[in-house]
Design a protein around this ligand. Structure first.
Ligand SMILES: Cc1cc2nc3c(=O)[nH]c(=O)nc-3n(C[C@H](O)[C@H](O)[C@H](O)COP(=O)(O)OP(=O)(O)OC[C@H]3O[C@@H](n4cnc5c(N)ncnc54)[C@H](O)[C@@H]3O)c2cc1C
Length: 502
């Protein structure tokens, strides 16, 4: 049997992206790769990024991470979706649930029956009354989903809200136990091969030179390898997503421990509210073209619902991504490859996807352009689809007379999004994806939550007699509520299952 030489993987950066990558490669490619991570404590990590999508559970499972232990160590809470306040009209509130509307089965999507009822002028409750995840979230209940697909409480997924400053250290311990090496210090230079242009080595401030076959750039916004050393251009999307600053502020928790993330529209952007076991994370994401930094800091301190425990920080960013995430023998993962604001908690998901594609297309010592191109195609799709979904939230607003909101409502959106909106407006149809993160229920929640109302519906929804449909909808609504009410309280569940260490 031919013994293949291991690929020496050098990871630059020890934030969430760096340690997720290190742990995954060390765990899943032990016979194919060695992992060496370089990070600088003096530079530090971004340290925000507290809300996630349900996909993270699959990542943790692949790494054999024990859920209760992981949640206790990162002081995590459960998350059933995101509540959007004030995004359509100022007093609106809707939930983007991690789950289906209706039972998620049947010939026609549930929202089509709901649209029919509305269009026929029949009394029907708001759509969220027909989502188990929404109902449990509104009642502050949580339990893990049933594995029996006949049960209503199998129709949802869940994610976590955790302390981002604790996640990377947690993964570091795991990666090091699996054999990953770590070097502390600042990278000051990158040496490239004169012929191929590949990265040959990095030089540390100490003078040490570290050579490798594959370099993973997890250096954050600075994009040390992909952006700086290789000069990969940045595709700027700030004309569609004009928020370019954030002011995070933690506070003591004085409200209920909600099993969902709050996303509240503000005059020049929005703020997040993420309840953790020990505190609540908040932050104002805003556009500096519409609001000064001082005014943003004042506004977020005034808005939080609890005693502030640290002063606002200022973070600057730009929406967009590198033209290509994998160039030569360097793969950008995390903020080094691009950034989309955390409106739908997608950054850690994008890190996870980049790692998954990298594992699937993992190179030999010499990178194949075919693998590299496929990686770039897959990750570009993810970025582009999330971008469109985020723009939809801004574009479909009715906050007339507020300069920031007037701008985003009137801006020209990407054609790919315009087509989706038009299709939905006609008969409530959602563009189906084979690849990409947000499925039908996510788009439906945002469209209807922000008053993008279809003119018609799928004709198959006309099949049941009206009276029978009314009765079935009422029965479903009652069953969803009764089942959700039987679930344990979110805080009580956490106290029993995964309380943080004192
Ligand atoms: C305001 C805000 C809110 C966010 N909220 C969410 C959220 O709710 N959910 C979500 O999924 N994501 C969120 N994110 C994104 C999330 O924070 C990041 O995707 C995640 O933290 C990954 O960051 P990173 O590891 O790529 O970079 P960083 O955390 O910046 O890490 C970079 C690493 O590179 C190292 N480094 C840099 N330069 C050098 C050098 N010269 N030499 C050696 N080492 C170097 C640093 O020391 C550090 O270890 C948010 C981001 C922002 C800005």
């Amino acid at each position: 049997m031919v013994e293949r030489e291991k690929v020496n993987v050098i990871i630059v950066g020890g934030g969430t992206a760096g340690w997720m990558t290190a742990a995954a490669i060390a765990k899943l490619l032990p016979s194919r790769a060695t992992v060496h991570l370089v990070e600088s404590e003096a530079i530090g990590i971004v340290g925000v990024g507290e809300a996630t999508l349900p996909h993270i559970r699959a990542f943790n499972e692949r790494l054999d991470i024990n859920e209760a232990e992981f949640m206790a160590r990162t002081r995590a809470t459960f998350k059933l979706g995101i509540e959007f306040q004030g995004w359509g009209q100022e007093d609106d509130s809707y939930i983007h649930p991690f789950g289906t509307f209706g039972r998620g089965t049947g010939e026609v999507d549930f929202h089509q029956y709901w649209l029919r009822m509305k269009q026929e002028g029949r009394p029907v409750a708001d759509l969220e009354h027909f989502s188990f995840a929404c109902m449990a979230a509104r009642l502050n209940r949580f339990d893990r989903p049933s594995t029996d697909p006949r049960q209503l409480n199998s129709t949802f997924g869940y994610a976590y809200q955790f302390d981002a400053t604790l996640f990377a250290p947690y993964l570091r311990a795991l990666a090091e136990s699996l054999g990953a090496r770590r070097t502390e210090g600042r990278v000051v230079d990158v040496e490239r091969d004169g012929e191929s242009g590949d990265i040959r080595s990095i030089r540390m401030e100490s003078g040490e030179v570290i050579e490798g076959d594959l370099f993973v750039d997890c250096s954050g916004f600075v994009s040390l390898l992909l952006g700086k050393a290789l000069g990969e251009p940045f595709q700027d999307w700030s004309h569609w997503l004009p928020c370019d600053r954030a002011a995070p502020v933690p506070c003591r928790t004085q409200t209920a421990l909600t099993p969902y993330t709050g996303v509240i529209a503000m005059p020049a952007g929005w703020r997040w509210r993420i309840p953790l076991q020990h505190r609540t994370g908040n932050g104002y994401v805003y556009s500096s073209a519409f609001l000064s930094d001082d005014a943003a800091a004042e506004a977020i301190v005034a808005a939080v619902e609890g005693e502030v425990i640290a002063q606002p920080r200022l973070l600057r960013f730009k929406a967009g991504r590198r033209e290509r995430s994998w160039v030569h023998n360097c793969v950008g993962v995390g903020l080094a490859s691009g950034f989309l604001e955390p409106l739908e908690s997608t950054s850690i998901y994008l890190i996870q996807q980049a790692i998954t594609f990298l594992l699937e297309l993992f190179p030999d010592k010499k990178v194949s352009p075919v693998d590299r191109d496929e990686f770039n195609r897959l990750i570009d799709l993810e970025y582009d689809r999330i971008r469109d979904f985020l723009i939809l939230h801004y574009h479909a607003n009715q906050r007339v007379g507020q300069p920031f909101w007037d701008y985003v409502r009137n801006m020209k959106v990407p054609d790919t999004l315009q087509e989706k909106i038009e299709l939905f407006r006609r008969r409530g149809r959602v563009v189906k994806y084979r690849e990409g993160v947000f499925l039908d229920a996510s788009w439906i929640a945002v469209y209807l939550g922000q008053h993008v109302i279809p003119e018609g519906h799928d004709m198959r929804a006309d099949a049941p007699p009206a009276e029978a449909l009314v009765r079935a909808m009422e029965a479903l609504q009652a069953e969803i509520r009764a089942t959700a009410e039987r679930m344990p309280d979110h805080l009580g569940h956490i106290s029993r299952y995964c309380p943080m260490a004192a």
